[in-house]
Each structure stands twice: as structure tokens, then as C-alpha cells.
Design a binder for this molecule. Structure first.
Ligand SMILES: Cc1ncc(COP(=O)(O)O)c(C=O)c1O
Length: 452
């Protein structure tokens, strides 16, 4: 069909495994280290806050892991998600490039996050856990976990980065509707939160601080576990349903991607779309894999590849990753979900070994791309997702300059229906760009723990 716009899969084509690339890595990945002893963490070290089902997946040597039937039943509420050919965007850009986007905003929570939230709630429920505690930046992850806990009849407590809590009251209400409790972080509910408030009463919060609060909550309550929406291997693993579906859909389209683009916060959606393609790359495919981040939080493009803590209070294991330093508090840009000082160790490893590319953009050109996209394609993208759109548009414009086609695939991780204040700010010319000063980054990196 010449004008085919949507590439849809039937429910029977929903992937029934998650793809685990760990056993295929050519270079060994650095192990996470215990924060107190500096020795590699053992599964038992993680047991106070994670169920064994997820801990096993974190280190699994199996190339594929079966998706449990109860998880598949919930996935079927919105999966498989559509892949679109962005014909109207191509026309607007007058480019010979073919642009495709995988749309994860059709989930009930509005993003890719439920792909792992449902899996995590399932394994915790199996382990007899009654409540999950977590942090959320933009509110997308908190919404996803609130939804997933509801589906399995569990309680959910969310520590929401204060700047987002204030910018996005509707996300909080959505979490409340699914039955979750939501606190602005730093909060007075935990020692970690109280310590930050004592020093900086007006702290806008950060993911690093909110993680400390949620981990402390889980570690101090026997019936409660912690749940992380990104960064860890098992989270990227659960997201590989995205890349597996994309592959089938690109087969329908009869094209091979030249470049696959994803926005990058902690790296879960990016991992989800690229990891199945990374295996092809290991076998000689020339596909380019590109991560896009904000220049206000330039973890991959300006951070150090080093051991660091995942949180401010140094409660998490030390992980080797690209990092801006665990005490880095990024400015309150509108893509709240991309304001994390670190990056998935798996994605960091692949970037360090040359399998990935990374780019950073300020928020004004990102919103400009989001508006170009919504005016052509109709969907109003989340500001996080719009980072990938910016890079996809730039790739399409480069194709136009070169007078050559190229096939561009990007992950549209979510819709922006709760981000209208950010759009209003952009459209009324009030949005400001922020390039994090190099000296600040150098100061933060100089304070990294001395390991490895
Ligand atoms: C819509 C959306 N996209 C992307 C991200 C970034 O997270 P990750 O890099 O883990 O996919 C977030 C995080 O909150 C998000 O809400």
C-alpha cells in the first residue's frame, strides 16, 4: 500500500519473551559494588528492597526471558503499540528521508513506563510484598507504577520531584485516582528528605534525592519494596517489547532503519527500542543507535564514565555509568524525566565501547521540533520524547541537504497532555535555555567516589 501510515500488529504477535543482551556482550560489564564494602554486590545485598525474580533478571545469563501470562494479559490492554510512518512530517520538512515513529503514548499512563511497572508489580506480588515505594520525575513513572500496583491490588507510595509536583498537579491527581499516595520530594517523610530540607528549604528536588527517599522507605518497612523506573538492567529488559515489535513492524514496512533514535533519561525506553537492534549490530548491521539528552543535564555527552552512586544519600550500590556526579541538581527544565545525573550502566557500557552515539539539545529547539511534529502529525509529544523528534528532524534535514534518502526510526515515548504549561511557556516566548556550566560539571565529577 503506497500511502500506508500505520503498521499494526495483532495481539497474537505481542512478544512473549524479553530480550536479554547481557550474555551477548563482547566486553564484560563492570559489576555494581556495595556502597559500604566496595565489593561486588551479591543477590542477597539487593534482597531487602527487590524481589528475587527481578534480582535474577538483573544478572541473568539467559538470552530470552519468558514474559509471565499475567503480565501479558495486562500488556494486551494497550500492546502491541502502533508504528507510524510520519508522511506528513516528511512532507513538511521536504525531505527524501523516511521517518517512522513507535508510539508508546497509547498506554493508560501515557508512556512506555507501564511496560516495566506491570512486570515489577507482578514479581513483587509473587514475593508477597504489599506496597511499592518509588520516585518520579515528570510523574510518568509514578503514574505507571500507580496503575500497575492497582492492577495487582498493591499499595503505592510515590516521592515526586518537587519542581514537577508543582508544574504538573494533574499527574499527581492521576496517581491518586489509581490509589497511590504522592509526596513532593524532598519531603519530611524520610531522613534523606529532612536532611536536604534542613540545608535547602527551597530545593526543587532531583531524581537523586527522590530515589534516596523511596529506597529509605522500602529499606525501613518489611512489607514494602522499592521499584525503579529506569537505569537497571531488568528495567531495560522489560522495555525490549518495544524494539521487538518495531522490528516486526519495519518488516511490514519493508524497510531497514539506518538510524534509531531515542530520548535518554535513565535509558529505559532507549534501551527498549535499541537493544534488539544492537544484537544485529553485533552481527555486522550498520544501523546507527542514537541517544538524545537535554544540554541542561548532559550525562552522556559531558559526564564521566565512572563508578558513582545512583542517589544523593549514597544508599544505592556504586554503579559504573556515565554520570554528572550524584550531587548534581539539574535546572528545572520541562523534560523532568530527563533530569537524572546518571545513566543505565548497560547503555553507558555500549556508549563507552562505541556502539552508540549521543547528542544533547537545549529545550527551545526541542520544543520547536515538538510543535513542528504536532502540527504535521497531530500527536502532542511529551517534552522528553521531543528530544528524539529534534534529532530525527535534524537527520531528515541532513538527508535533504545530501539529496539522499535515509530511514529514520524514533521512539515517541509518550504524549504531552500533562505538559501543556510547558507548551504555553514555549508558545508565549517565555522558555529559557540552560547550558550547564562546564566548571559546575567538573566540580561535581571531581567529587566522584574514588573507585575502579
Ligand atoms: C515520556 C518519557 N519519555 C522518556 C523518559 C525518560 O526515561 P527513560 O530514559 O528511562 O526512558 C521519561 C521519564 O520519565 C518519560 O516520562
Amino acid at each position: 500500500m503506497e500511502h500506508r501510515t500505520k503498521f499494526l500488529l495483532s495481539e497474537d504477535e505481542l512478544p512473549c519473551v524479553w530480550v536479554n543482551v547481557l550474555p551477548s556482550l563482547r566486553e564484560p560489564m563492570a559489576m555494581p559494588l556495595h556502597p559500604a564494602t566496595g565489593k561486588p554486590v551479591s543477590p542477597d545485598d539487593l534482597a531487602p528492597i527487590f524481589p528475587m525474580g527481578l534480582i535474577e533478571q538483573e544478572f541473568s545469563p539467559k538470552p530470552e526471558i519468558d514474559i509471565p501470562g499475567e503480565v501479558l494479559d495486562i500488556y494486551r490492554l494497550w500492546r502491541p503499540t502502533p508504528l507510524y510512518r510520519a508522511r506528513r512530517l516528511e512532507a513538511a520538512l521536504d525531505t527524501p528521508a523516511h521517518i517512522y515513529y513507535k508510539y508508546e503514548g497509547v498506554s493508560p499512563a501515557g508512556s512506555h513506563k507501564p511496560n516495566t511497572a506491570v512486570a515489577q508489580a507482578y514479581y513483587n506480588k509473587q514475593a508477597g510484598i504489599r506496597r511499592l515505594a518509588t520516585e518520579t520525575g515528570a510523574g510518568q513513572w509514578g503514574s505507571a507504577l500507580a496503575l500497575a500496583c492497582r492492577m495487582f491490588g498493591m499499595d503505592c507510595t510515590v516521592y515526586m520531584v518537587k519542581v514537577s509536583y508543582e508544574q504538573k498537579p494533574y499527574r499527581k491527581m492521576m496517581m491518586n485516582a489509581w490509589g497511590a499516595e504522592v509526596y513532593p520530594s524532598p519531603s519530611d517523610k524520610t531522613n534523606a528528605g529532612r536532611a536536604v530540607l534542613a540545608e535547602h528549604p527551597d530545593s526543587p528536588g532531583s531524581l537523586g534525592i527522590a530515589i534516596s527517599e523511596a529506597v529509605e522507605d522500602a529499606a525501613t518497612h518489611a512489607d514494602t519494596n522499592y521499584s525503579l523506573g529506569s537505569v537497571l538492567n531488568h528495567v531495560l529488559l522489560h522495555q525490549t517489547v518495544i524494539g521487538q515489535e518495531t522490528k516486526l513492524q519495519m518488516q511490514q514496512a519493508g524497510e531497514e532503519p539506518d538510524v534509531i533514535i531515542g530520548c535518554f533519561g535513565g535509558g529505559s525506553s532507549f534501551g527498549g527500542i535499541i537493544l534488539p537492534y544492537f544484537l544485529d549490530k553485533l552481527n555486522g548491521s550498520p544501523v546507527r543507535l542514537m541517544a538524545v539528552e537535554p544540554s541542561a543535564c548532559p550525562t552522556l555527552t559531558k559526564g564521566a564514565f565512572a563508578y558513582d552512586f545512583g542517589d544523593l544519600a549514597k544508599m544505592t550500590p556504586l554503579i559504573k555509568m556515565y554520570t554528572l556526579g550524584h550531587d548534581f541538581v539539574p535546572p528545572g527544565i520541562h523534560a523532568g524525566g530527563l533530569r537524572y545525573h546518571g545513566a543505565a550502566p548497560l547503555a553507558s557500557h555500549l556508549l563507552h565501547h562505541g556502539y552508540l552515539e549521543a547528542r544533547a539539545y537545549p529545550q527551545t529547539p526541542v520544543f520547536e521540533a515538538a510543535v513542528t511534529f504536532t502540527r504535521a502529525e497531530g500527536i502532542l509529544p511529551a517534552p522528553e520524547s521531543a528530544h528524539a523528534i529534534r534529532a530525527a528532524i535534524d537527520e531528515a534535514l541532513a538527508a535533504r541537504r545530501e539529496g539522499r534518502s535515509r530511514v529514520i526510526v524514533f521512539c515517541l515515548t509518550g504524549h504531552g497532555h500533562f505538559d501543556l504549561a510547558a507548551y504555553d511557556s514555549y508558545l508565549s516566548g517565555k522558555l529559557q535555555d540552560f547550558e550547564y556550566p562546564d566548571e559546575e560539571i567538573a566540580r561535581s565529577i571531581a567529587a566522584l567516589p574514588a573507585v575502579g
